[in-house]
Design a protein around this ligand. Structure first.
Ligand code: SF4
Ligand code: SF4
Length: 583
């Protein structure tokens, strides 16, 4: 394309990109300079051309020339300009593709709220229309358009890899029935991954499989729409962004899963959760969740247990920009790491203020900018080496690649790991009841499972943490799997999600009583048959308004399968549980 034609296309796209957010970011900069020290490119080089405001001006000035009153009269005064020459086009190309990782660190430090990533993405969209796009980005987009994933992995290679990993997984957990399910209809979770996991880092996928196995999750991977990454985000290509989302969402709909869980990928989560439904113009009837949130829920609900002594090396955590700054997922990885490693140390700054890994915004696919990228990465290198950690954990495969690159370049004596890898390493496997040294209580024996038989799942709903711990430990000692909820609302969510075989229910709880919960449960057609044993410390005289027995009689609600009063008589409760589940 000749320059004039390119500029014409570029301006046509600029007009299409203008919306309220773009106009705001293109108009409000007061050139205070506060953003400069937020940008690792500027901090590393002190080059004024690397300050966010300078970079943004390159895009802003094009907008102003046409859309700002003062700029139309006196463009020399405001710096407004048109783009005419190949050199000017090349300059814009260099700014948009090669000098910003769209990390948005400058944005959160800008008093006017200039969204740099929005401006850069719009600039890239204009350049894309003008066919001024780096070869690496072009190749990745082509693979996503034509093959469906950013690494060009064929369907056959993908299916063979999953089959092989499924066998590895069964060996890993010592259970021949364990698998990585594919296209399992009605599964609770559809797990979608970064193609890097399939091609280069299968251990992260095995770690995820192990964690979901330990949690007793019902999950599946899809045979299509499995790539959670989306180069439409980096390339400014809404059409590709929508197509990638559509493939993934339609597969989730076809499989009838309850939710989509995105593996540890920063931009993959942001694109799938926030952007792709808009680009694809689809209303989603299922939530999209980061695997960090899934794992931390497993931990909170007692579905996985971790032993931090399995990871003795000092670990620090790098917040991926798209998770920490743009999605607010900062505490879940910390909750996990503090429970799965013995020596966790924060890097500073952290969370939303963390420094970019230096590889965001698709930078890793543009080798022509490697030198500049790695020079800017000194900021990150200094930050992580100051922690004294030997492992830098993060929840993004793109960050992993960028961090490994800078670890090599700056000769840091460190390794990288995903959060899931560290969690999987620390998993304590629930022993089968028959292997444990459990003695009968008053003649009540632990459940004897037949080979291949799954443990029955009991949901314990009680607002007192001590009671939950007591009951879940007792039940697990006697061969049951347990999950727990601290109030009735959480309990109802867990019933719907995990369909336990039995519920033990407290009556007096804040927010909503066990009576209300029981009433709702019995009214739900799909849940009404789940057996319930009431475990309560309150009889009629003390709490007449929560008189459960009176409620049952007056409302003509079916009676629960058991009623046990606190203090709990263990043998009585265990016998009741056993009789309800097995007799
Ligand atoms: S901090 Fe915001 S207003 Fe100040 S120069 Fe940077 S972009 Fe402009
Ligand atoms: S978004 Fe990040 S890389 Fe881009 S200018 Fe702002 S701080 Fe620098």
């Amino acid at each position: 394309m000749q320059t004039a034609e390119q500029c014409q296309k570029l301006y046509e796209t600029l007009e299409k990109k203008i919306n309220r957010n773009f106009a705001l970011s293109a108009s409000v900069c007061v050139h205070c300079g506060m953003c400069a020290d937020s940008c690792h490119y500027y901090v590393a080089t002190k080059d004024p051309k690397m300050s966010p405001a300078y970079k943004a001006d390159k895009i802003r000035s094009l907008y102003k020339y046409r859309h700002d009153w003062l700029s139309r009269i006196a463009p020399f005064w405001t710096g407004a300009r048109t783009l005419k020459t190949p050199e000017e086009l090349e300059d814009l190309h260099d700014i948009c593709w090669g000098s910003c990782t769209m990390c948005r660190r400058c944005t959160i430090n800008c008093p006017m709220g200039v969204d740099m990533a929005l401006l850069i993405r719009s600039g890239r969209a204009m350049l894309l229309a003008a066919d001024s796009i780096p070869e690496g980005v072009k190749a990745v987009c082509k693979d996503q358009y034509e093959i469906g994933n950013q690494m060009g992995i064929t369907r056959q290679d993908y299916l063979e890899t999953i089959e092989w990993l499924s066998e590895e997984h069964a060996n890993d957990v010592g259970d021949p029935r364990a698998e990585i399910p594919l296209d399992k209809k009605g599964a609770n979770v559809m797990y979608v991954v970064n193609p890097r996991e399939v091609k280069y880092a299968p251990l992260t996928l095995l770690a995820a499989a192990k964690i979901m196995y330990a949690a007793g999750e019902s999950w599946t991977m899809p045979s299509e729409g499995w790539d959670n990454t989306n180069f439409g985000l980096f390339a400014g290509d809404d059409k590709l962004g929508g197509l990638m989302g559509q493939r993934l969402f339609e597969k989730a709909q076809e499989l009838g899963v309850n939710k989509v869980v995105v593996s540890e990928c920063g931009h993959g989560y942001r694109a799938t959760r926030w952007e792709a439904p808009n680009w694809a113009k689809m209303d989603l009837h299922f939530p999209v969740e980061s695997f960090l949130v899934t794992m931390s829920n497993y931990l909170r609900e007692g579905r996985i247990t971790l032993d931090p002594s399995r990871n003795k090396t000092r670990v620090t955590y790098h917040d991926p920009c798209n998770l920490g700054r743009s999605a607010g997922i900062t505490e879940e990885p910390r909750a996990l790491l503090k429970r799965c490693v013995a020596d966790f140390v924060e890097m500073h700054p952290n969370r939303a203020d963390n420094w970019c890994c230096s590889g965001g915004g698709g930078a890793m696919s543009m080798p022509e900018y490697n030198k500049r990228r790695l020079e800017a990465a000194i900021v990150k290198a200094d930050q992580i080496s100051a922690t004294g950690a030997k492992i830098v954990a993060t929840a993004c495969h793109n960050c992993i690649d960028a961090l490994e690159d800078l670890i090599r370049r700056y000769k840091l004596n460190m390794k990288t790991a995903t959060v899931g890898e560290l969690v999987a390493e620390a998993l304590i496997w629930p022993k089968a009841a028959e292997e444990e040294e459990i003695f009968a209580i008053d003649g009540i024996e632990p459940v004897k499972l037949a080979p291949g038989e799954k443990r029955k799942k009991i949901l314990v709903i009680d607002d007192e943490a001590d009671v939950r711990t007591y009951l879940t430990t007792l039940f697990e000692d006697f061969g049951y799997e347990t999950i727990e909820a601290a109030d009735a609302n959480q309990g109802m969510r867990m019933v719907k999600e995990y369909h336990p075989d039995l519920i033990t229910l407290d009556i007096i709880m804040p927010k909503k009583t066990g009576i209300k919960f029981y009433w709702e449960l019995r009214k739900e057609e799909k849940l009404t048959d789940i057996p319930v044993i009431i475990v309560t410390g309150f009889g009629e005289p003390e709490f007449p308004n929560v008189n459960f027995k009176k409620f049952i009689t007056e409302r003509k609600v079916p009676s629960p399968e058991g009623y046990v009063e606190k203090p709990i008589h263990r043998a009585e409760l265990l016998k009741k549980v056993h009789d309800v589940l097995y007799v």
